[in-house]
Structures are given as structure tokens and as C-alpha cells.
Design a protein around this ligand. Structure first.
Ligand SMILES: [Zn+2]
Length: 89
């Protein structure tokens, strides 16, 4: 099968894999041989998710900034009075 080593990575002796085993000890040297390929690797998926959601995150952050700015403008207009420092006059 593809991706499954047929020889011990330490001594080169042939390995007898058991079905559904992801690792096997070498009968000759005792070296634990493991499968190189992981059936379920989440790394590519999480990278893809980052790629997809990074622009969305940036847009949301930008929108939030705009919203905060608008809110500030609105607040200034809606407040009919301002605190004026009269101590300097
Ligand atoms: Zn070995």
C-alpha cells in the first residue's frame, strides 16, 4: 500500500503490519515504526479556514471601526451641550 513502509526504518528488516495498526514494533530490533501518513490531518483544513476567514475578519474589523466613528459623530450631534472650560478666561 502507498505510504506504508515495508521495512524497519532502523534496521531494514521486513515489517509485518497488522490491519488497522498505525504503528508496529520491529521483530528484530524492537524499533517502533509508525505510518507516515495520517488519515485525518486537520492542518490543511485549518489553513484553508484561515485563508477563507481572514478577509472576512478584516472586513468586519473595518466595519466596526466605521461604526464606532459614526457613533461618535452621532453622539456629538445629539448632545446639545458641551462642557466649556471657563477657568482659562
Ligand atoms: Zn528493526
Amino acid at each position: 500500500m502507498k505510504g506504508i513502509p515495508t521495512k524497519c526504518s532502523r534496521c531494514g528488516a521486513p515489517i509485518n503490519w497488522k490491519r488497522s495498526a498505525s504503528s508496529v514494533s520491529c521483530e528484530f530490533c524492537g524499533h517502533l515504526n509508525t505510518l507516515n501518513t495520517k488519515p485525518f490531518s486537520l492542518t490543511p483544513i485549518s489553513r484553508q479556514l484561515e485563508k477563507t476567514f481572514d478577509p472576512v475578519k478584516r472586513v468586519l474589523a473595518k466595519n466596526l471601526q466605521t461604526l464606532v466613528q459614526k457613533q461618535n459623530v452621532l453622539s456629538n450631534k445629539q448632545v446639545p451641550w458641551k462642557i466649556i472650560d471657563i477657568t482659562t478666561n
